[in-house]
Design a protein around this ligand. Structure first.
Ligand code: PEP
Ligand code: MG
Length: 554
C-alpha cells in the first residue's frame, strides 16, 4: 500500500507506524450554573497553561535552540493578550452564561477564523497557533490527561492528522524515525522542527482513516513524500540499499563541515550561509559556513507592531557577529517592497511592486528608517567582521548617496564617543543595469554579491514566484549567466571579491560554472554548505571554467 504526499523534510525511514490521534471529549454546551466558578476555572486554566508553555519553551530551547523555541513564546504572547483572550472569554461566561470550556472554544475559533481571513501565510500560521492553544487550554480545563509522544514503544513513524508544535517538541526524538501527517506543508512549524532535527517527514498523506494501520511496518521517504505500508520484500531491499547509500553520503559530508573550501587544485573559495535572524547564525556555524554572505535584515522588521529601534537592531547584529566569532557577517540593509510588505509602514498601492518603491529606493527616501539601521550596523562592527551591503542598486547616485549616509553616521557615532568598527561596503548586483555597469561600480565598493533571484526576474522579465510563468524563470539562461560573468570579471579586474547569494549559488548544477566565471564566494542555506563544498573540492578550476563555457555558449 503506497500513499503519495509531499516531502517536507528529507530523509528515509523504516519503522512501525504509531498512530497519534489525540482526542478531546465533546464540549458540553450546558450553560454555566455558577458564572463566577467558571471564571475561576478559566483563571486556573490560563495560569496552568502559562506554566506549561514556559516549561515547553525551556525544553524546546534545550533540544532545538532558541529560534525553534520562539513558537512557544508566540503562544505565550497570544495567551497573554487580555483583549483577545482573557477578557472576551470572561465576557462570554458572565454575559452569555457559557461554561468555561465552551467559552474558550468559541473565542479561540473566532480568533483562528480572524487570522485565517487575513489571508497570508504568516497569519495562517497564527491560526494554527490559536488552534494549538485551544487544544491545550481545553485539555487543562476538562482535566484530560495528555496523550503525547514523549513515551514511545520503540522506533516508530508517527502518523497523525496534524502535529502541533507542542506535540513535536514533547516527542521522544530518539525513537521518532519519521513523521507523516495529513495536514500541514513545508512551512508548518512541525515541518520546520522536523528539518531542524533531521527527521524525515511528509505531509498530505491522505485517506488512512483506519486504525488498522497502527503497528504496521512502513517506509517513509521525506524527499518524494511517499509512505509505503507493509512493504514487499523488493521494496524493503530497495529501501535498505538506498538508506545505506544515504548514510554513507551523510557520513562523507560530515568531513566537509570543517575542511577548507577550495577547488581540487587548491584555489580558495568561500562557502557561506544566508540567514534571516541572528539565531540562524548558529546554523551557519553548525554547518561550517565560512561566513554569512547575506543576512536579510528585513526579517527583523516584519511581523511586529513597531519598527525595531537602533538598539534592538544593534543587539541582533551584535549577537550574529559574536556567534560568527570573527568570520565575516554581511548585513544587507532593509529590502522591503516587492513581495515583502512592512506592516508598520503604510506605502501607496503599486501596480508593479517589483519595479517600484523597493529596497534602497525606499530607504534612501526614509532616512529616519535608514539612519538607525546604519548606526546599528556600525556599532555591531565593534564585535566582529561586520560588512554592509546595499540591495537593488541601479545607479551610481544611489550607491554614492547610501555610502555618504553611512560615512556621515560613522562620523556622528565617533563624535558621540560610541564604539564602532571598520565596515566594508558592498552592493548587490541584482538589476541588469548594475551588471552592465559593473566596471564602474567595482571602483566604488569593496565587494559585489550577485542576487540571482532578482537578476533572473529582471533580466528575463519573468516575475519570481508567479506560477503562471515559473517555466520561464531560469537562472541558467545564457543572458543571466553572461551578466554574472561580466560582473565577476569586472570584480576580478579591480581585485575585489565577487560573491553570490541568490538561490542559484547553492545549486549543484550551476555552482561549478559560477566558480569558473570568477565568483569566489557562494552563499546559500546553511544546510547546503557541506554538499557544495564537497562538490567543488572534487573539481579543478579548469573544469569549473569548462562548465562555465558550456553554459555561457550552449
Ligand atoms: C536575490 O535577489 O537573489 C537575493 C538574494 O535577494 P532576495 O531574494 O532577498 O531578493
Ligand atoms: Mg534580491
Amino acid at each position: 500500500m503506497k500513499w503519495q504526499g509531499k516531502g517536507v523534510s528529507e530523509g528515509l525511514a523504516m519503522a512501525q507506524i504509531h498512530l497519534f490521534t489525540p482526542k478531546l471529549p465533546e464540549i458540553s454546551r450546558q450553560p454555566a450554573a455558577d458564572a463566577e466558578a467558571e471564571v475561576a476555572k478559566l483563571e486556573a486554566t490560563l495560569a496552568a497553561a502559562e506554566e506549561e508553555l514556559r516549561g515547553l519553551y525551556e525544553t524546546a530551547k534545550e533540544k532545538m535552540g532558541e529560534q525553534e523555541a520562539e513558537i512557544f513564546d508566540a503562544h505565550l504572547t497570544i495567551l497573554g493578550d487580555e483583549y483577545s483572550v482573557r477578557e472576551p472569554i470572561i465576557q462570554r461566561i458572565r454575559e452569555q452564561k457559557q461554561n468555561a470550556a465552551a467559552a474558550i472554544t468559541d473565542q479561540f475559533d473566532e480568533l483562528a477564523q480572524m487570522f485565517r481571513s487575513l489571508g497570508d501565510e504568516l497569519m495562517a500560521e497564527r491560526a494554527a497557533d490559536a488552534e494549538d492553544l485551544k487544544q491545550q487550554l481545553l485539555r487543562i480545563c476538562l482535566g484530560c490527561g495528555r496523550q503525547d509522544l514523549s513515551v514511545l514503544p520503540g522506533d516508530v513513524i508517527v502518523l497523525a492528522e496534524e502535529l502541533t508544535p507542542s506535540d513535536t517538541v514533547r516527542m521522544d526524538t530518539a525513537h521518532v524515525k519519521g513523521i507523516a501527517t495529513r495536514l500541514g506543508g513545508a512551512t508548518a512549524h512541525s515541518a520546520i522542527i522536523a528539518r531542524t532535527l533531521g527527521i524525515p517527514a511528509a505531509a498530505g498523506i491522505d485517506g488512512w482513516q483506519t486504525e488498522a494501520l497502527n503497528g504496521h511496518m512502513a517506509i517513509l521517504d521525506g524527499a518524494d513524500g511517499t509512505l509505503t505500508v507493509d512493504p514487499t520484500d523488493d521494496e524493503t531491499a530497495c529501501y535498505q540499499s538506498r538508506k545505506a547509500q544515504a548514510d554513507c553520503e551523510a557520513q562523507a559530508l560530515e568531513a566537509f563541515r570543517t575542511c577548507p573550501s577550495q577547488t581540487k587544485d587548491g584555489i580558495s573559495l568561500e562557502i557561506c550561509a544566508n540567514i534571516g535572524t541572528p539565531q540562524e547564525a548558529q546554523q551557519a556555524m553548525k554547518y561550517g559556513a565560512d561566513g554569512v554572505g547575506l543576512f536579510r535584515s528585513e526579517f527583523l522588521f516584519m511581523d511586529r507592531d513597531a519598527l525595531p529601534t537602533e538598539d534592538e537592531q544593534f543587539e541582533a547584529y551584535r549577537t550574529a557577529a559574536q556567534t560568527m566569532a570573527g568570520k565575516p557577517l554581511i548585513i544587507r540593509t532593509l529590502d522591503v517592497g516587492g513581495d515583502k510588505k512592512l506592516p508598520t509602514l503604510e506605502l501607496p498601492h503599486e501596480d508593479n511592486p517589483f519595479l517600484g518603491f523597493r529596497a534602497i529606493r525606499m530607504t534612501l527616501s526614509h532616512p529616519e528608517i535608514f539612519r538607525p539601521q546604519l548606526r546599528a550596523i556600525l556599532r555591531a562592527a565593534a564585535y566582529g567582521d561586520v560588512r554592509v551591503m546595499f540591495p537593488m542598486i541601479g545607479s551610481m547616485d544611489q550607491l554614492r548617496e547610501a555610502k555618504a549616509l553611512l560615512r556621515e553616521q560613522e562620523q556622528t557615532l565617533q563624535a558621540e564617543g560610541v564604539p564602532t568598527g571598520p565596515v566594508k561596503v558592498g552592493m548587490m548586483v541584482e538589476i541588469p543595469a548594475a551588471a552592465v555597469l559593473a566596471e564602474e561600480f567595482a571602483k566604488e565598493v569593496d565587494f559585489f554579491s550577485i542576487g540571482t533571484n532578482d537578476l533572473t526576474q529582471y533580466t528575463l522579465a519573468v516575475e519570481r514566484g508567479n506560477a503562471a510563468v515559473a517555466h520561464l524563470y531560469a537562472p541558467e539562461h545564457p543572458a543571466v549567466l553572461r551578466l554574472i560573468a561580466m560582473t565577476a570579471q569586472a570584480a576580478a579586474e579591480r581585485h575585489i571579491p565577487c560573491g553570490m547569494c541568490g538561490e542559484a549559488a547553492g545549486d549543484p548544477k550551476l555552482a561549478p560554472a559560477f566558480v569558473g566565471m570568477g565568483v569566489n564566494e557562494l552563499s546559500m542555506s546553511p544546510r547546503r554548505v557541506p554538499a557544495v563544498r564537497k562538490l567543488l573540492s572534487g573539481l579543478t578550476m579548469d573544469e569549473c571554467r569548462q562548465a562555465a563555457e558550456k553554459l555561457l555558449h550552449p
